[in-house]
Design a protein around this ligand. Structure first.
Ligand code: C2E
Ligand code: CA
Ligand code: CA
Ligand code: CA
Length: 278
């Protein structure tokens, strides 16, 4: 019995070790990913409900790992946060997206704006608004072409700081979207104090449309709240025509999801836009 126990322990130990080794390998690879040009931005369109036009794109990060292939941000963004390198990645993403929209406009591709995600950790950096402005301006982009997405739960971790940064960003002519709206816990009072450009209705409220009466009511309430407070509403995760029709009838301003396109590498996104215009 004692031997068996020791064996079990040894297996457990080895599994732990393997996991720890994989994790360490991932960490050291991630530290070098940026310098080795392994990070990429994919782009997903946001469509205006009113005329089906392209309202903008969201930039979503991907890691092209030489052995493991394309790695999802769900897997590596939390690791980057723990390693304390998320700010570098975030800076890179903002720079890349800014340069990309400049290039698109020079090519005459009608992309009105590009949205970039900010992580909770980036949020703690001093002079955040100044640093963001510098990156965009250095890339030759107009600040009104950029939008910064911050999740509701990040915003609500430090609401006072969020409102302060939001004001600074808006004063500089930048747009700010509250991402994953409905999953955090903003109060009405907080929402009223926030000069947001966009509310992004979280995918979890879109999924069950139009069958769930509760979710229809929630989506409708978010749209009418936004009408009063002025931000535009983007619905995330739109996959079906039934969802599209429901959200359009509720007065949702913009739609984003696989129904229109998955996030695409820049070149494929350009083809998508050209085909749509043709
Ligand atoms: P998010 O910001 O909420 O991005 C939306 C996610 O939903 C994306 O996943 C997108 O591919 C996915 N999506 C879009 N349309 C649909 C749809 O119709 N159905 C379904 N099921 N999913 C859809 P992705 O690209 O894997 O990104 C996951 C998360 O990783 C993002 O969630 C964001 O939190 C984070 N992330 C991605 N890029 C960055 C970045 O550059 N910086 C930071 N800090 N976080 C990022
Ligand atoms: Ca987002
Ligand atoms: Ca989201
Ligand atoms: Ca999300």
């Amino acid at each position: 019995a004692k031997a068996a126990g020791r064996n079990t322990f040894r297996f457990y130990d080895e599994a732990m070790n393997r996991h720890a080794i994989q994790r360490l390998a991932l960490e050291s690879d991630l530290r070098r990913a940026l310098g080795r040009n392994q990070l990429e931005l994919f782009y997903q369109p946001q469509i205006r409900t009113i005329d089906n036009g392209l309202a903008g794109v969201e930039a979503l990060m991907r890691w092209r790992h030489p052995e493991r292939g394309l790695i999802s941000p769900v897997e590596f963004i939390p690791v980057a946060e723990e390693l304390g390198i998320i700010s570098e990645l975030g800076r890179w993403a903002l720079q890349k997206a800014s340069r990309q929209i400049v290039a698109w406009r020079q090519q005459g591709l009608p992309v009105p704006r590009v949205a970039v995600n900010l992580s909770p950790r980036q949020f703690d950096a001093p002079n955040l608004a100044d640093r963001i402005e510098e990156i965009i301006t250095a890339a030759g982009a107009d600040k009104s072409w950029l939008e910064l997405e911050i999740t509701e739960s990040t915003a609500m971790q430090q609401p006072e700081r969020f409102i302060q940064i939001l004001r600074q960003l808006r004063q500089r002519g930048l747009q700010v979207a509250m991402d994953d709206f409905g999953t955090g816990h903003s109060s009405l009072a907080m929402l009223c104090a926030m000069p947001l450009s966009v509310l992004k209705l979280d995918r979890s409220f879109v999924e069950q449309l139009p069958d769930s009466e509760t979710d229809v009511a929630v989506a409708g309430a978010v749209v009418s709240l936004a009408r009063q407070l002025r931000p535009a509403v983007v619905a995330e995760g739109v996959e079906t025509l039934a969802q599209q029709r429901c959200l359009a009838s509720l007065g949702c301003d913009m739609l984003q999801g696989y129904l229109y396109s998955r996030p695409l590498p820049a070149a494929e996104f350009e083809t998508w836009v050209r085909n749509r215009l043709a």
